[in-house]
Design a protein. Structure first.
Length: 603
């Protein structure tokens, strides 16, 4: 296990130091350090002797000097994005952690912050490029906001790399970064968590113990341990004795191999975690994907168009049932926004839904947009249980509307500046309870769209009694961009985390049935009309992650931040002690025969 700080010794990594970022002023007209002035550049104004260069000049000099290591960080960010769906090269997740740990090792906090940001900006830009259907400026803006959290992560990794056991503190800081980003601002945006790149990897079963935070921690720990081993070997080879025998004599190989073995252990620890899958009973379901006429921002088209698609698909299902080609299910699931008109107020929409419900003869969970009953101008994103006999019954209202997608924060101020926000004419009003609904014989937990990314919403739904989970979603805006695959991966992780089957039902795809062990049993293609039928396992037992809740996340976050605080406290004590030590060293010796009091007085 790591026992102390190591220093990067390769290439620009060694050259990237804080004192180099603030070079002393040279003679008038001298070229700035780190690069020659182009021949056609105007002469730099002379500075009075002893005056430090301006901040702009220092930053420019640092940028010229350290562009290579910054480029490595940016390339690492792109590789990290490839660990996520639709590519899913999950080993790149811990390799990217290892690379950032090496790059930030031994740096000052400013250097670490910059390298963290240099990795994060291209990472989020590539990961969230599906937002280009709204605008590339939106993609860049959200990537910039998310990358800001990596400023703190990079700074923390740099500072804690001076401590013993620094790979452990670094892994905890990755959890702390995700903890903050999942909640801030405006409720947070959890996309890009390390756990969501590892929904079909050896790390996945750990979700049943500590949820997504524990998976992220294990991935990060694997990466930081590999970084420690790489730094240890690099330092040994930099001694001038590069042979393996010399390295072994310096007792470097064994600790490095030990760290590598620990990293491998973190990677395969999930195989030792039992994932509960046994069902108490089952229920027969049908998943209806009605499809849309056109993808993109205007997928809704004319009123009733999307609703008619789902009604038609359900009527064909009813025909197959009557003909004996398909067994009658116990319930039918429709996606989010299957009805873009309020079925409580619009007679045509209500009649269409009731026709489909009567034809199939079982309850349907209908996704619909509903006008707020008391707050004028607000709309509710709901899942409504529609019974063939009693009509509409219990409902769930989405608790976490999407900022700038389903509501506009600071609407009066921003709408005058960003005219694009006028395409969100009404704000969605949030619900105030979990989506546990009795749909026919099944007690299901409804989670709408990107709520599946939030630990607390899904966990509360399971703890309130959901025996299986339904993710009603509408990805028509982002079809064929990779976003549906990213969201489906989250459903896979939630299945393992809570030991529940998860049904993702989408307007245009991807609809899927995920088993409690996270495996995808059935799925549809995008932009097709399709119906899936299956027997869904229902479970009552709770996982360790359900019982512990957010405790593992807060504990790991506290450990990481505590290690960083320790470095800060030590640094302040050292700075306070330094002047006293310098003063004692500079004090004249006491006169011969003088008393101790006289010597002290002389000081």
């Amino acid at each position: 296990m790591p026992s102390g700080p190591e220093t990067t010794t390769a290439g620009d990594a060694e050259d990237f130091r804080e004192d180099a970022a603030e070079p002393p002023a040279g003679p008038p007209g001298a070229p700035p350090p780190g690069g020659a002035v182009p021949p056609d550049a105007p002469a730099a104004p002379s500075a009075p002797a002893g005056r430090r260069p301006t901040r702009r000049r220092r930053l420019a000099a640092a940028a010229r000097r350290h562009w290579r290591v910054s480029l490595v960080a940016a390339a690492t960010g792109v590789l990290l994005a490839l660990a996520f769906p639709p590519y899913g090269v999950w080993p790149l997740s811990f390799l990217a952690v290892a690379a950032l740990s090496v790059l930030t090792h031994g740096r000052t906090w400013r250097q670490g912050a910059w390298l963290g940001f240099a990795l994060a900006l291209p990472f989020f830009f590539w990961l969230l490029r599906w937002l280009h259907v709204i605008g590339w400026d939106v993609t860049f803006g959200l990537a910039l906001a998310e990358a800001a959290f990596f400023l703190a992560l990079g700074a923390g990794l740099a500072r804690t790399s001076t401590l013993r056991l620094w790979p452990l503190w670094g892994a905890c800081l990755w959890v702390a970064e995700e903890c903050a980003r999942d909640r801030l601002p405006l409720g947070g945006f959890p996309w890009g968590r390390l756990a969501f790149a590892n929904t079909s990897s050896p790390f996945t079963p750990l979700a049943a113990l500590g949820g997504a935070p524990l998976v992220s921690f294990a991935v990060a720990l694997c990466g930081t341990l590999l970084a420690w081993a790489a730094l240890r070997l690099a330092r040994a080879h930099g001694t001038g004795r590069p042979s393996w025998r010399a390295v072994r004599r310096r007792t470097v190989a064994l600790p490095a191999l030990g760290a590598t073995a620990l990293a491998a252990g973190a990677a395969v620890a999930g195989y030792a975690v039992p994932v509960p899958t046994d069902a108490e009973d089952t229920v027969s379901i049908a998943v209806v994907q009605g499809n849309v006429q056109r993808p993109g921002m205007d997928f809704l088209g004319r009123p009733m168009q999307i609703l008619d698609n789902h009604v038609d698909a359900t009527l064909r299902l009813a025909e197959d049932i009557e003909a004996g080609r398909v067994e009658r299910p116990d319930l039918v699931l429709w996606p989010e926004n299957a009805s873009d008109l309020d079925p409580y107020r619009d007679a045509e929409a209500r009649a269409a839904i009731e026709e489909a419900v009567r034809a199939v003869g079982v309850p349907i969970l209908v996704g619909a947009l509903v006008d707020h009953p008391t707050k004028e101008g607000y709309v509710l994103n709901q899942g409504i249980v529609w019974d063939p006999v009693t009509g509409p019954g219990a409902s769930y209202t989405k608790q976490h509307p999407v900022p700038f997608g389903e509501y506009v924060p600071f609407r009066d101020q921003l709408s005058t500046v960003i005219t694009r926000l006028q395409r969100v004419p009404r704000d969605f009003y949030p619900g105030d309870h979990t989506g546990v609904l009795d749909v026919g014989p099944a007690r299901l937990g409804d989670v709408i769209c990107f709520e599946v990314a939030y630990d607390g919403i899904v966990r509360d739904t399971v703890n309130d009694g959901a025996r299986a989970l339904v993710v009603q979603t509408n990805n028509a805006t982002y079809g064929r961009t990779g976003q549906p695959e990213q969201q489906l991966a989250m459903s896979q992780l939630r299945a393992v985390e809570h030991g529940r089957a998860v049904v993702t039902v989408a307007t245009s795809g991807i609809s899927a049935i995920v088993a409690p062990d996270g495996s995808i049993e059935q799925r549809t293609e995008e932009f097709t009309q399709d119906v899936l039928t299956a027997r869904l396992p229902l479970r009552d037992g709770k996982t360790v992650a359900d019982r512990l809740g957010a405790a593992p996340e807060w504990a790991l976050t506290a450990v990481g931040l505590g290690a960083w605080a320790l470095v800060v406290v030590r640094g302040r004590r050292a700075r306070r002690a330094a002047p006293a030590a310098d003063l004692a060293q500079a004090a004249p010796p006491a006169r011969a025969g003088g008393t101790a009091a006289e010597g002290a007085a002389g000081d």
